[in-house]
Design a binder for this molecule. Structure first.
Ligand code: EPZ
Length: 422
């Protein structure tokens, strides 16, 4: 197993290119199941999660060719396919559940292993299955698998009111509805940029979708979809993560491909903390306004609110702020596991339920720490960049799921960082 070793210090200066979005690519890839024609994704990120999705789709019968070092995924899925998503693959990555809607839409049947819980929360699929049931699917949980069957072999349009703006449920239902008989309306839908990216791609494939990016999405079902080529949208979470590097260490860094519209609520908090973000012709430039970071309160919310996937990274910054910040995690019930690791580095954090109170300290101290999940792992690297001495982050396989070339990208702006074999 590998670890990443960081020598604290700063400032950081230069440019960091931002890749295509993991969470967009993971929902775009299953869309290949909706057509007999090829779907090609460009600007795809090179991540272990993308490899897992490739493995899953290939197990269902898709042909996938990865080109240009993985930045292009050419996929096609024609003829009869396998409709069973095996536990052995699904347990590696929850987003595997995004094949449920497309399989049901294409074949009228699907058997998808239930992913089970994960480090950050229980993460049930009731909103997905309740929505598909309204579309005429009969779904039964048996032997750990969701066994789903569309009445009459084809899903039908329905009006679906989500109790919560779930990202995954919006994606699954939207894909399922593209081939359903009639019109589907999703109310209280998720509004994340990854949803809009999926809708753009599906429209290129011939789907009729309106309202993506708002809380109400309307999908007019069609009989078949064609192929397309689609560039994956920029990864706003990778973007936000690297915006925090000059914020926590000082210096000036340009994030190539960054867009303000992807990180609006996040930038408001950076501004309040004393960080300047300006648009350039290549992306976003980030630097501190003064020497100190100001304390700010943060509450995670569905888009366009503050993203839960940047909460851990923001906590690392606020550990060095002047004053006390209150972070409220409203999306997942167990997403503060980075706090005890940051406390090992000298941070002052008090966690009570979904609230963490962070009292800034003058300087964090380097220490051996352990990654517990994807975003927690990168928050420890950010903290290590600002700490005195050496920080060794172990279990970085978590990191590989969502960040490509971390060492190369941070070294490129002057960080002292290396990957070591344990
Ligand atoms: C997506 O997960 C992202 N993953 C997550 O990113 C992200 O944290 C999350 O959206 C929220 O923004 C991918 O896109 C692959 P949800 P998803 O359905 O779709 C509850 C990362 O770090 N819920 O919006 O699983 C659920 O338990 C990952 O890249 C139900 O109760 O998120 C959670 O508390 C982590 N029933 C909340 O809603 C359901 O049927 C949000 O879940 C579905 C969800």
């Amino acid at each position: 197993m590998d670890s990443i070793v960081v020598q604290g210090g700063g400032p950081l200066n230069g440019q960091i290119p931002i890749a295509g979005a993991k969470n967009a690519c993971l929902t775009l890839m299953p869309a290949t199941l909706l057509s007999e024609e090829p779907l090609t994704l460009t600007n795809a990120p090179r991540l272990s999660d993308i490899k897992t999705m490739t493995e899953l789709l290939q197990s269902l019968g898709a042909e996938i060719t990865s080109m240009q070092e993985g930045q292009v995924q050419a996929m096609s899925c024609h003829g009869t396919i396998n409709t069973r998503a095996e536990y052995d693959i699904v347990r590696k990555m929850r987003a595997s559940n995004l094949v449920l809607g497309p399989l049901l839409a294409r074949e009228g049947v699907a058997e998808v292993s239930l992913p089970g819980g994960c480090a950050i929360g229980a993460r049930p699929m009731d909103i997905h299955t309740d929505g598909l049931t309204l579309m005429g699917a009969d779904i039964e949980l048996r032997d750990g698998y969701l066994h789903a069957k569309a009445a009459g072999g084809r899903l039908k349009g329905a009006v679906i009111d989500f109790p919560f703006a779930s990202v995954g449920a919006t994606e699954n239902i939207m894909m399922a509805a593209t081939l359903a008989k009639g019109t589907t309306v999703i109310n209280n839908a998720a509004r994340e940029p990854e949803i809009v990216d999926l809708a753009d791609c599906l429209r290129k494939m011939g789907a009729q979708i309106e309202g993506d990016g708002t809380s109400s999405i309307t999908i007019q079902g069609v009989d078949s979809l064609n192929g397309a080529t689609h560039p994956v949208v920029t990864d706003r979470i990778e973007l936000g993560t690297y915006m925090l590097a000059p914020a926590i260490c000082g210096g000036e860094v340009e994030l190539l491909g960054g867009k303000l519209s992807l990180v609006g609520a996040f930038c408001e908090k950076l501004d309040a903390a004393g960080i300047d973000v300006t648009e350039t012709d290549k992306g976003l430039m980030v630097k501190r306004r003064g020497d100190e970071i100001k304390a700010v309160d943060v509450t995670t919310e569905p888009f366009p609110g503050f993203p839960t996937d940047l909460q851990a990274q923001m906590m690392a910054l606020l550990c060095t702020a002047n004053g006390t910040s209150v972070l409220e995690e409203k999306i997942f019930e167990n997403r503060f596991m980075h706090a005890p690791e940051l406390i090992r580095m000298g941070a002052e954090i008090d966690v009570s339920g979904g609230t963490a109170t962070v009292t800034g300290v003058k300087k964090l101290k380097g220490a051996p720490v352990m990654a517990t999940d994807l975003r927690a792992s990168v928050s420890l690297i950010l903290a290590g960049l600002a700490a005195e001495g050496e920080t060794k982050v172990s279990r970085v396989y978590h990191l590989d799921r969502g960040y490509e070339h971390v060492v190369r990208k941070l070294e490129g702006v002057g960080a002292k960082i290396e990957r070591v074999k344990d």
